[in-house]
Design a protein around this ligand. Structure first.
Ligand SMILES: Nc1ncnc2c1ncn2[C@@H]1O[C@H](COP(=O)(O)OP(=O)(O)OP(=O)(O)O)[C@@H](O)[C@H]1O
Length: 580
């Protein structure tokens, strides 16, 4: 019952399964003890019978009192245990699942994030886990506990009087059949509601992210109207979904409670025909006041369980995605990067076709080519940020697709166009380059990357927080911090994608000085639109239409009058346009 299928169905951790078992066990005990209360009333009624018929004193009062006290203490104790096993453990489970998801996301290849956007993933980690939190605490233990305890009680009732048991419980399977019959409809509605929730979250996130462009283009009203429409639509879908669930649950509950009428009818008939005495009938009347309570709760819980399946499936979808893993040791023989017949595309869009070249250690290899030819993609493949679809990439003779990306990336320093900074101090943002680097090391790298001047003007110098993704910095300042980080890391492979694109001429020449220190004796793969910046490269790879068109030293390529490199150079010299 609580096997692997169960664990997947509810997206539980191992600890969650253990908690679910305990929650179920305590619910069964609580339900059985609650029903045992009827036995005490039954005992009293038997004695009342003696009082009424034989006019005898009420016997066993002391025993009944003792049983009542024991019943009260047991009830209190088991309820507390049930509470601890369900509500008390759920926060640990929520924490465990969120950490497990975050760990998994960390190991997924970049390609995964192209398929699911940020709002979608945030909704899974926050919204879906919250929905499951309710299922883990309120549903699983109570539902499975209700199934087991009611099955036990039903068997006892059948042994006692099968006719009244059938009269009492016939509505239960019918109610459940109705509920399970409506399952598809409820799941479909839950999926639709989720889609509209994501649409709304997406629109909200996009509006916030692009707020400056919205103001600049005067589109405030259009954007707000779009957002209001999405909120309206979401509300309508939620109301519809709740209404359908409510209708099904209430109809099932009414059918189940028809059992009260049939029990009274059957009981009266059986008494009149002398087949049962009043005491048996009275016991069943007492039972029906309690027997439906766990079922009633179950109907609600099952409906919630159906709806929660959408969330559980979304959690499992992340967990089932193939992570980029590999061996934990990386001991290459040198750091030459060798591309062998590499092919790659985003979804159905092929970008690189049969790309082969070598970027040698101690040399600067520059990638040039028209916009969209695949230069940045190549750089990302070189660091296994994406997985090649055909061919191999080797570093020092080791196939990088066999090495754990975390281990592999220890040998890489990267400065990309899209700098990623954290809402922390300048000092800590630079220190990310090398875990455990001393303040002196950080300051040395910052000075070499020409950060000193602008950081010292900040209110708390290197201890100033720079806002979300460095929002309080200019593009050039952000890029200099990223270069300082790379200098600090001092890894044997350096990938530079438009590393100095956001710098003015004065800063660029200063940073170039720092970069030449960083690049010394490394394997360097550099992408630059400004061909001037790669004139000193040891080797140039010219990419066009996803293929290596030309390869050689800059002076060699320049000598070839018809070379694409030469044409790009001439175009740049005559027009001053840097993007080719
Ligand atoms: N994450 C992505 N998802 C889908 N397509 C992408 C993605 N990144 C890039 N592309 C596409 O892949 C192609 C190559 O892009 P890439 O950024 O590698 O080119 P590039 O030569 O570096 O361009 P540029 O010089 O303009 O920076 C382009 O057609 C681009 O639209």
């Amino acid at each position: 019952m609580f096997g692997e299928k169960f664990q997947r169905k509810y997206a539980l951790t191992d600890l969650g399964v253990k908690n679910a078992k305990q929650g179920t066990l305590w619910t069964v005990i609580v339900n059985l003890i609650t029903m045992a209360g009827i036995c005490i009333i039954y005992l009293m009624m038997m004695n009342f019978n003696d009082v009424l018929i034989k006019h005898a004193y009420l016997k066993g009062t002391g025993m009944i009192l003792l049983l009542t006290i024991v019943y009260f203490i047991l009830s209190l104790f088991t309820h507390m245990q049930q509470y601890k096993a369900t509500y008390g453990t759920v926060y640990k489970e929520v924490k465990g699942v969120r950490i497990r998801l975050a760990e998994h996301l960390r190991k997924l290849p970049l390609g995964y994030f192209g398929k699911r956007d940020l709002a979608d993933l945030t909704e899974t980690i926050m919204g879906d886990v919250s929905r499951m939190e309710h299922v883990w605490s309120h549903v699983i233990g109570y539902l499975y506990g209700a199934y087991i305890s009611t099955a036990i009680i039903a068997v006892i009732m059948l042994l006692y009087d099968w006719r009244l048991t059938i009269a009492c419980l016939w509505g239960v399977p019918v109610a459940f059949a109705l509920l399970f019959g409506g399952r598809r409809l409820q799941e479909k509605n839950a999926k639709i509601t989720k889609k509209y929730t994501l649409d709304m979250a997406d629109c909200m996130q996009e509006t916030i992210e692009t707020i400056s462009q919205i103001h600049a283009t005067g589109r405030q009203e259009d954007c707000l109207n779009e957002l209001y429409d999405k909120i309206d639509l979401h509300e309508k879908k939620v109301v519809k979904s709740e209404l359908i669930s409510g209708l099904i649950i209430n109809a099932a509950s009414i059918i189940m409670r028809l059992g009260v009428a049939t029990t009274i009818l059957a009981g009266a008939t059986l008494i009149v025909s002398g087949r049962i005495d009043f005491l048996v009938f009275a016991v069943f009347l007492l039972v029906i006041t309690r027997i439906y309570a766990p079922f009633d709760q179950s109907l609600q819980l099952i409906a919630e369980m159906f709806i929660s399946q959408v969330s559980a499936n979304r959690l499992m979808e992340i967990e089932d995605s193939q992570v980029a893993d590999g061996k934990n040791s990386f001991q290459p023989n040198g750091h030459d990067i060798v591309f062998r017949h590499v092919e790659f595309g985003y979804d159905d869009h092929p970008v690189l076709k049969d790309v082969s070249f070598t970027a040698k250690e101690g040399e600067v290899t520059a990638l040039v080519g028209p916009s969209g030819s695949g230069k940045s993609t190549l750089a990302k493949l070189a660091a296994r940020l994406w997985e090649v679809q055909k061919g191999t990439i080797e570093v020092g003779g080791e196939d990088i697709s066999k090495v754990d990306p975390e281990v592999l990336l220890r040998d890489y320093s990267m400065v990309f166009q899209d700098v990623v900074l954290f809402d922390d101090t300048v000092m800590e943002n630079i220190r990310l380059g090398k875990r455990g680097a001393t303040d002196e090391e950080v300051l040395r790298a910052a000075a070499a990357a020409n950060c000193d001047e602008f950081v010292r003007c900040m209110p708390q110098g290197y201890q100033t927080r720079i806002g979300e993704n460095g929002a309080r910095l200019s593009g050039g300042e952000r890029q200099r911090i990223s270069i300082a980080r790379a200098l600090l890391k001092d890894a044997p492979i350096v990938l530079l994608d438009e590393a100095t694109a956001s710098l003015d001429v004065e800063n660029e020449s200063k940073v170039q000085g720092a970069l030449s220190e960083l690049l010394n004796q490394k394997t360097v793969l550099v992408i630059a639109h400004r061909l001037r910046t790669v004139e000193a490269a040891d080797k140039i790879i010219v990419l066009a239409d996803g293929k290596v068109r030309e390869e050689g030293r800059p002076d060699e390529l320049m000598k070839q009058k018809e070379s694409l490199y030469n044409k790009m150079l001439q175009l740049q010299n005559t027009s001053g346009i840097v993007g080719v």
